[in-house]
Structures are given as structure tokens and as C-alpha cells.
Design a protein around this ligand. Structure first.
Ligand code: GLU
Length: 324
């Protein structure tokens, strides 16, 4: 297929897919952070960006929302670049957990949080972001996300303040980790950075470009800026694959089979290694806290394009061609 034919083919798949789920009105907008409750439940966007920088956008792809938990794998990438795998693993593991994302629980043997995708692990990861001052660390996170998205991003001050006001559970988790030496330094500052990273505003186009940057082994395909450490990208995608979708992570791995991360504001970031990034947004969440329309759209897309990591059309394609 020529690039133009590929682009037309992707549009033919994506347009009806967006149409198919735009009227699904199940699921509820998150309310536990009061500012998130103000989201418009009708918004729905899906965007796919290929490694030549072509963006296929359908629906509300310019609508901004807070990145929330989708920030976790990106900050994990920053920590890995700074300290390496072994350095980071002293403070946060990589084991999936069946517990809720905000569970106040650490591994009994190691005292580490289980993985960087649950809040405990994400707070421990935020504590590893290098920088002399809190302002420097905040700018480093915002600058990294911006470089991956290919445009300067900003923070939703109202959501940030709402997180600060209501984040008592995260404070409890942080203090538990302080007790066990899993985080060091000023807890208030570490939490401040965590709340800020969750409050960064993105749209579907940004998520798809961030995904394309990860798919392109850490280099933004349009600006050509090297954003994420090459070795770190492999680890980031691995934890997204095993732990990225809350308590649905195992089922997601079986049914959809691609590295992804969702956030409570309704975003999903998915990555097809060496091919493209996907960003979806719909704030109606299912019982596991994942975007309901986003999950359905990604599952169909994976089926229609044969994206599952273990789909026979992927790694086995040469073999299949030879036997079919
Ligand atoms: N700000 C959120 C929290 O820590 C992130 C939640 C999420 O997206 O899972 O509660």
C-alpha cells in the first residue's frame, strides 16, 4: 500500500468506529475529584497518529481534559532515564496487582509499591524525578510531556487545586511509603508534583502523538526531538501492557493485547510499537474506571487491524504468508 492508500484505509476503519460508539450512553463521569464531575459526558474523540506524523482524528479531538493516570508511565520513563532500571526498582516494583489503583498497600516482603501504574507506585516514581527544586521538577515533567506531544502543554489549575484539596488518600499512601523508606524528602512536595502531573491538560491529538513518540522508540516523529530514553521505552511499554488498565489490565491484555494506559478523566493512550499511537477521550467510565467508549473503540480497532501483540498477523505474518 502507498502512504496515501494506508491513510485512506485507516480513515475508512476509524470513521465508522467513532460513529458506532458515539451514542453509547452507559457509564458515568468521575466525581471523586469535584472538578472532574464537570466534564461533558457526550464528548468523544479518537485519534491515531502514524510514525510519518499523519494524524487521523475523529470527533472531539481538540477537547482538552486532564491526563490523570496516563501521566504515570511518562513519569516512569523520566525516572528510568535518570536512575536506570535497577535504581528505580529499589523503590517501585513491576508486578501487577488485583487491588484498586488507590489501594493503601505495599508489597509485604519488599515494602515497595507493586508497580508504577497504581497510585503508590506513581507517587514513589514522582519522588525520583531529578531536579534541585520543586519548580524545576515540575517544569521537567511538563517539558517532557510537551516535547512528546509536540506542543507546549499547560496545567488545569482548578483540577490541580481540587486534587490538592481532596487527595487525603494519596497523602496516606505517601506517608506509609515514607515510613518504609520508599520515598525520601519532602512528602508535600512529592505529592504536589504528583497532583500537578495528573492535572496536565491534553487532547486526543496530544495523546496520539505521545503514543507515536513511544512507538517511535522515544523520538517525536514530527519534531524529531528525542524525548524518552530508548531503553526506558521498553520498560514503560511493558508495564503499560501488564498494569495499564486498572483492574481490567489482564482482560485487556487478552482481548486487546496492546500497551495502554487510561486515566479517570476519560483518556486512553495506546501504543502500537514501531507503528502508531492512539488517543481516545470519552469521560463516561465503566465500573473499573476505564473510558467505556474508549475501551470499545480500542478493542474493535485491535480486532479490525489485527493489532494484538500475539495476533497471528503480527509476529507470525511471514510464517502465515508462507503456509497460506
Ligand atoms: N489524580 C488521580 C488520583 O491519584 C489519578 C487517578 C487516575 O487517573 O487513576 O487520584
Amino acid at each position: 500500500m502507498t502512504p496515501a492508500e494506508t491513510a485512506a484505509y485507516l480513515d475508512q476503519i476509524l470513521a465508522p468506529l467513532h460513529q458506532r460508539y458515539r451514542a453509547v450512553n452507559d457509564g458515568d463521569v468521575a466525581t471523586y475529584i469535584p472538578e472532574l464531575a464537570k466534564a461533558n459526558p457526550d464528548h468523544f474523540g479518537i485519534c491515531l497518529t502514524t510514525l510519518d506524523g499523519t494524524c487521523h482524528a475523529f470527533g472531539d479531538c481538540d477537547q482538552e481534559f486532564t491526563i490523570q493516570s496516563i501521566s504515570k508511565p511518562l513519569v516512569y520513563g523520566i525516572a528510568l532515564a535518570a536512575l536506570g532500571r535497577e535504581g528505580v526498582h529499589k523503590k517501585v516494583g513491576v508486578e501487577p496487582t488485583g487491588d484498586a489503583f488507590n489501594a493503601i498497600i505495599l508489597d509485604e516482603k519488599t515494602r515497595r509499591p507493586f508497580n508504577p501504574m497504581v497510585n503508590a507506585g506513581a507517587i514513589a516514581t514522582a519522588a525520583l524525578v531529578p531536579g534541585k527544586t520543586l519548580a524545576e521538577r515540575k517544569e521537567s515533567v511538563l517539558a517532557t510531556f510537551s516535547a512528546a506531544a509536540g506542543r507546549r502543554l499547560s496545567v488545569d489549575q482548578k483540577v490541580y487545586e481540587s486534587e490538592l484539596e481532596t487527595g487525603h488518600r494519596n497523602r496516606a499512601i505517601a506517608h506509609l511509603m515514607l515510613n518504609f523508606g520508599m520515598i525520601e524528602g519532602d512528602v508535600t512536595e512529592i505529592l504536589d508534583l504528583y497532583f500537578m502531573q495528573c492535572s496536565i491538560l491534553v487532547n486526543c491529538r496530544d495523546l496520539a502523538m505521545i503514543g507515536a513518540t513511544l512507538a517511535n522508540v522515544g523520538t517525536n516523529p514530527v519534531t524529531h526531538e528525542h524525548v524518552f530514553d530508548t531503553a526506558a521505552v521498553q520498560d514503560v511499554l511493558s508495564v503499560m501492557f501488564t498494569c495499564g488498565m486498572y483492574d481490567y489490565a489482564g482482560e485487556w491484555a487478552v482481548r486487546v493485547g496492546i500497551p495502554a494506559k487510561s486515566g479517570v478523566a476519560g483518556g486512553i493512550l495506546a501504543v502500537i510499537n514501531r507503528q502508531f499511537g492512539i488517543g481516545t477521550y470519552s469521560p463516561r467510565l465503566d465500573a473499573q474506571g476505564n473510558s467505556l467508549r474508549g475501551i470499545k473503540a480500542c478493542a474493535d480497532l485491535a480486532d479490525e487491524l489485527g493489532l494484538h501483540a500475539f495476533n497471528f498477523m503480527n509476529s507470525g505474518s511471514q510464517f502465515m504468508k508462507s503456509v497460506l
